[in-house]
Write a protein that binds this ligand. Structure first.
Ligand SMILES: [Zn+2]
Length: 254
């Protein structure tokens, strides 16, 4: 319990620092109509984070004709307690592919890094593989879970990307386990049914926890609390150039 309390205290302190930094450096939360592209790279620590954190936004990119590639870092092998690690990983890979059909992302644009679930670390071969992908694809926008997300693999995803040369690409950090102090909103009202179908494709995970209700509630909150415009559902992000993003990460972690 003491360890947990310490982590919460650390997170609270990081959050207050982040809030102060964001309020100092950025103007009001704003809804973005025209998303950057045409090359978009999404990092998901586990199969389903992509859909939960930015599924609606992925669909909007696809509707704009952007190419969206999704990189799954771990194999998700801890996600089904009744199956072996290998069977779980296979099942979750299939669910991830099926989910992304609803968001119009073809299976050839999915990359499975097969790192151990619960043990993601920024190791050299993984960094090299991602560096090659980034250098070849040249994305204008990268999505990843925020560095404050309450899951070690989600935070490690940020450590991996911190070690990749990103050349000032725009980073958009999404929320899964920990709500953000966002500076960007994407209206996903028109594609909410697609996001719902994509979440439902992760059947094995919905059996563990009602992620659908949780994420739709969060998306509804994000939309409704943005008072300038009536938005029913929105996904929220911290968005800034990569150097600024990783400086912010260093500032709140110090
Ligand atoms: Zn995850």
């Amino acid at each position: 319990m003491i360890g947990r309390f310490k982590l919460h205290k650390k997170l609270l302190s990081a959050f207050s620092k982040l809030q102060a930094l964001l309020y100092k450096r950025f103007s009001q939360l704003h809804a973005v109509e025209l998303l950057e592209g045409p090359h978009v790279l999404v990092f998901a620590p586990h199969p389903d984070d992509d859909v939960l954190g930015c599924g609606g936004t992925i669909k909007r990119h696809r509707q704009m004709g952007h190419t969206v590639k999704v990189v799954f870092l771990t194999d998700g092998a801890l996600g089904i307690s009744s199956l072996s690690a290998r069977d779980t990983a296979n099942r979750r890979k299939m669910e991830a592919q099926h989910a992304l059909t609803f968001l119009d992302v073809p299976s050839e644009d999915l990359y499975f890094m097969d790192q151990p679930d619960g043990g993601l670390v920024p190791n050299a071969p993984l960094i090299e593989t991602i560096q090659n992908l980034v250098s070849g694809f040249k994305p204008q926008l990268i999505y990843l879970p925020s560095f404050l997300d309450q899951h070690a693999d989600h935070r490690a995803t940020n450590e991996v990307l911190k070690n990749v040369e990103l050349n000032g690409v725009l980073i958009s950090a999404y929320e899964v386990w920990t709500p953000l102090i966002p500076n960007r909103l994407v209206d996903i009202t028109a594609v909410i049914q697609d996001k719902i179908r994509a979440i439902e494709a992760h059947e094995s995970q919905l059996a563990n926890l009602d992620y659908k209700t949780a994420m739709l509630g969060l998306n509804q909150y994000r939309g409704l609390m943005y008072s300038k415009k009536k938005i029913q559902y929105a996904e929220a992000f911290i968005c800034m150039p990569s150097a600024d993003y990783f400086n912010l990460m260093a500032a709140v972690s110090s």
